[in-house]
Design a binder for this molecule. Structure first.
Ligand SMILES: NC(=O)c1ccc[n+]([C@@H]2O[C@H](COP(=O)([O-])OP(=O)(O)OC[C@H]3O[C@@H](n4cnc5c(N)ncnc54)[C@H](OP(=O)(O)O)[C@@H]3O)[C@@H](O)[C@H]2O)c1
Length: 339
């Protein structure tokens, strides 16, 4: 057996950000790596995920996921290789998905690790298109928004991990029209030319409501909300009778220091009999096998495309996270430790 590393680095939250995170709120620290205890495995992380929900975990507020503890390693989705095992279900060399990201080496309780097959898909795909964001798109569109063939769909954050999958899934299941919004002209071009969206617009180029009305003159039946704010207000304005919205995220307000006013046109919900429903991916774990089977077939056939923005090196973990909040990613933002 090759010798285990003696030390490994991990990102710690050292102060709770007020508004936009700052470098001094985080620290990359080195600590000893130990043999795994009974029923645990030691994993060398190869990729870890940075996700928008982590911004909420940096605040000391009660939410659906507990806040990060100060001066402790942060956590989140990661994939890696088992380098030592004290559990009979895992062998050295197995690839696993687990929840102890933001670090080079993770000692993981075996019941919290899931084997993944590197021959089926690149390992990083289990953090994106075949992982949590992918399931969010699938469950949000098909279950929460009750998408049906012939619906027209508007998705915000459309060039990101969740949004890019929502738009393509809608097209694959027979949407009449798919419209996306994103934060650059290059992303808009990518949505139309590479991902097959029918229309897209750059929300920085003008009022969202006006651009949405121009892109969807007949209105939309489904809105998949990743952004909130003026996007949600515009969508309420454009939703057709009996329209449905899956409220997945509100990234436009994650760094706000004041509470954000709601849409000014909520009264339209009544006359149009709209349904706006919140979505938490963790409620939809039962869909996982069906999701993986269907989406991996679409990936293999080339009908569903995905992108990753890969930041190399654990020392760049903070930059990757803030880059995600700034829109520097197309598709899933990943930190790779394979160098
Ligand atoms: N409810 C759940 O269970 C669940 C699960 C996963 C994700 N989510 C939510 O889903 C959304 C997308 O997550 P993701 O992992 O796929 O991230 P992502 O879309 O890959 O990355 C975040 C994107 O948000 C956009 N953005 C940042 N600030 C914005 C603003 N002020 N207005 C509009 N867009 C802005 C940026 O793209 P632009 O260049 O286009 O601005 C950025 O690339 C997030 O709101 C997240 O919290 C929810």
């Amino acid at each position: 057996m090759t010798a285990l590393p003696t030390t490994g680095r991990s990102w710690h939250l050292v102060a709770r950000p007020h508004g936009w995170p700052k470098p001094e709120d985080f620290a990359l620290r080195e600590a000893p790596v130990t043999e795994p205890g009974e029923g645990r495995v030691l994993v060398r992380n190869l990729h870890f995920s940075v996700d928008p929900y982590m911004r909420g975990r940096m605040n000391d507020v009660k939410s659906y996921v507990p806040p990060f503890k100060l001066d402790q390693p942060m956590d989140g989705g990661a994939v890696g290789e088992v380098i030592a095992s004290a559990d009979e279900r895992f062998a050295v060399g197995d690839h696993v998905l687990h929840g102890l990201g933001w670090r080079e080496y993770a000692e993981v309780p075996a019941q919290h690790a899931t084997k993944v097959d590197a021959s089926l898909a690149p390992l990083s795909a289990y953090l994106g298109v075949l992982g949590m964001p992918g399931l969010t798109a699938y469950a949000g569109l098909f279950e929460v928004a009750s998408f049906k063939e012939g619906d027209s769909v508007f998705v915000s954050g459309a060039a990101g991990a969740v949004g890019s999958q929502v738009g393509q899934l809608a097209k694959l299941r027979g949407a009449s029209r798919v419209i996306g919004s994103a934060g650059s002209d290059e992303k808009v071009k990518h949505l139309i030319e590479d991902l097959g969206f029918d229309a897209a617009f750059n929300y920085k180029n003008g009022p969202v409501a006006e651009q949405l009305r121009a892109a969807a003159p007949d209105g939309v039946d489904v809105y998949f909300d990743n952004v909130g704010g003026d996007h949600l207000e515009a969508a309420i304005g454009s939703l057709n009778l009996h329209g449905r919205a899956a409220i997945c995220g509100m990234i436009a307000q994650y760094n706000n220091t004041e509470s954000t006013p709601g849409p000014r046109n909520m009264a339209l919900i009544i006359g149009k009999r709209l349904r706006l429903q919140g979505l938490l991916v963790s409620d939809h774990a039962a869909l996982q096998p069906q999701f993986v089977e269907e989406v991996s077939a679409w990936i293999r056939s080339g009908e569903l495309k995905y992108s990753e923005t890969v930041v190399e090196g654990i020392e760049n973990g903070y930059d990757a996270f803030v880059g995600l909040l700034r829109g520097e990613n197309t598709g899933k933002m990943i930190v790779s430790l394979t160098r």
